[in-house]
Design a protein around this ligand. Structure first.
Ligand SMILES: C[S@@+](CC[C@H](N)C(=O)[O-])C[C@H]1O[C@@H](n2cnc3c(N)ncnc32)[C@H](O)[C@@H]1O
Length: 278
């Protein structure tokens, strides 16, 4: 097997990933692409990256396209990452919303730590008020892990101890050294495959809160705009959008009010004055 990646094939892989996932791979990342993909070539018995690319771009390559994007996406995440957002959710965002069933969308949910952190706050804050949480990602591999809801104990540093006690179960026997998200909470999170470059297909009537964190950073300016246009279209009036602290939105048109640099709110519904009976 020849694991060298010539620059023309590398450029075509970069273009392909940019076009299908919106993700920018830096021009200096050729060795990262080799290290993440060579196992796929080995598994498929393909001797060169050129042949691999030919498969991925052919009509027969649909399944392999998913594997390739799985390998090339960066899935770094942890529980209660950027904890100020979870405090704000609890103290400002949820109290501002009407007391009806709430809908929350976690885009780019990765292996599940972020949506389960959200689920803990929702369950803890809303009491008996019903809520729904949709968590999406492009990568089928991370979604599989997320649905299992099993994590190594060392992933839990940021989790508030009260939530750890209330919503997590310590693994025993073959699950020793792991923690499992409580089954009832797990059932309340719906994981779906979704590419942010496309509009979300959803019949639930929009979302009150959307967390879209640490993914915009991988997109160029036009892709960011396209993704955010799709996302904002899903916000209910008075709904909130939370982005990552490193996701720069400079130069992006966003029809929302900015509360702090990573937290935005949409205009409340216009109430029509009631017509008096004639
Ligand atoms: C760095 S992780 C961020 C996870 C989490 N939001 C957080 O803040 O911890 C980025 C995630 O974005 C996903 N992703 C990348 N491009 C995407 C796309 N076009 N559509 C949907 N998800 C995408 C990746 O699969 C990955 O799981």
């Amino acid at each position: 097997m020849n694991t060298t990646l010539d620059s023309a094939t590398f450029m075509r892989i970069r273009d392909y990933v940019h076009c299908h996932a919106g993700i920018l791979i830096g021009a200096e990342k050729s060795s990262m692409v080799v290290s993440r993909l060579w196992r796929r070539l080995e598994l498929l018995g393909l001797p060169t990256f050129e042949q691999y690319l030919a498969l991925v771009t052919s009509p027969e390559g649909a399944a392999e396209r998913v594997h390739m994007l799985d390998q090339l996406t960066t899935n770094e995440t942890y529980f209660f990452r950027e904890p100020a957002h979870f405090n704000r959710l609890q103290q400002q965002i949820l109290p501002s919303l009407p007391r009806r069933p709430l809908r929350v969308w976690c885009g780019a949910a990765s292996t599940g730590e972020e949506p389960y952190s959200l689920a803990m706050v929702l369950q803890d804050t809303l009491g008996n008020q019903p809520w729904e949480l949709v968590a999406t990602d492009l990568s089928t591999k991370v979604l599989q892990q997320a649905r299992r809801g099993i994590y190594r104990l060392e992933r839990l540093e940021q989790m508030p101890p009260a939530y750890l006690k209330r919503y997590c179960r310590r693994g025993v026997e073959k699950y020793e050294g792991t923690l499992m998200i409580d089954a009832e909470l797990r059932r309340k999170v719906e994981f779906r495959e979704h590419n942010l470059l496309q509009p979300l297909e959803d019949r639930g009537g929009g979302f009150d809160v959307i967390f879209l964190r640490n993914v915009l950073i991988y997109f160029d300016q036009p892709t960011k705009q396209r993704v955010l246009d799709h996302v904002v279209a899903q916000l209910r009036p008075g709904g909130w959008l939370v982005t990552g602290h490193c996701d720069s939105l400079i130069g992006i048109r966003l029809p929302l009010q900015q509360i702090i640099p990573s937290v935005f709110v949409s205009a409340p519904a216009q109430h029509q004055p009631q017509k008096r009976p004639a």
